[in-house]
Design a protein around this ligand. Structure first.
Ligand SMILES: Cc1cc2nc3c(=O)[nH]c(=O)nc-3n(C[C@H](O)[C@H](O)[C@H](O)COP(=O)(O)O)c2cc1C
Length: 158
């Protein structure tokens, strides 16, 4: 029998991760974003990373439309942004400071790092879709990361 999904989430929660907001844009120019920690560096040459997006996410259809996304890596003081982009609803960007990057997706202000990507392959992943992104632009700042561990937000001990 397959493992219960809540039990799998609990056990996987022991794998500590950073937290990102993945942004994209629809064909008609609407901005979308979701909080995500299913993010993996894949290859340096060529520069590739992957993300996994829930097929039931409201933003999901728009990744296919424009075939681009930007990974915004959150800093320790951006837990409020993480909560906002993990909550379904319109106008996630209302009151949020950002600029539009070279690929057309938003780069949030004061993120620890960002990677602008073009989708080069798509893979079936159960209730998620795996997007392989080629990194076209990337940059980072000094600072502390926001962490996620066992279902809660954490930071690196000083
Ligand atoms: C720490 C954290 C990590 C998450 N990671 C992912 C992820 O990697 N992929 C995903 O599809 N949803 C992930 N989620 C859930 C989405 O952020 C949430 O369901 C979001 O509302 C989906 O976007 P939507 O509002 O467009 O439906 C995560 C949530 C949290 C709090």
């Amino acid at each position: 029998m397959p493992i219960d999904k809540n039990e799998l989430r609990r056990v996987m929660g022991h794998f500590a991760t950073g937290v990102s907001i993945i942004t994209t844009v629809s064909k008609d120019g609407q901005l979308f974003g979701l909080t995500a920690n299913a993010l993996t560096s894949v290859s340096l040459v060529p520069p590739l990373l992957l993300i996994c997006v829930d097929k039931s996410a409201e933003c999901y259809p728009h990744f296919e439309e424009t075939k681009l996304f930007t990974v915004n890596v959150l800093s320790a003081d951006q837990e409020d942004l993480s909560r906002r982009f993990a909550t379904k609803g319109e106008n996630k960007f209302h009151g949020v400071s950002y600029r539009i990057g070279a690929n057309g997706a938003p780069i949030l202000n004061n993120v620890l790092a960002y990677m602008e990507c073009r989708i080069v392959a798509t893979y079936e992943g159960g209730d998620h879709t795996i997007y392989l992104g080629e990194v076209e632009e990337a940059s980072s700042l000094e600072g502390q990361p926001l962490l996620f561990y066992r279902g809660g937000y954490r930071s690196i001990a000083p």
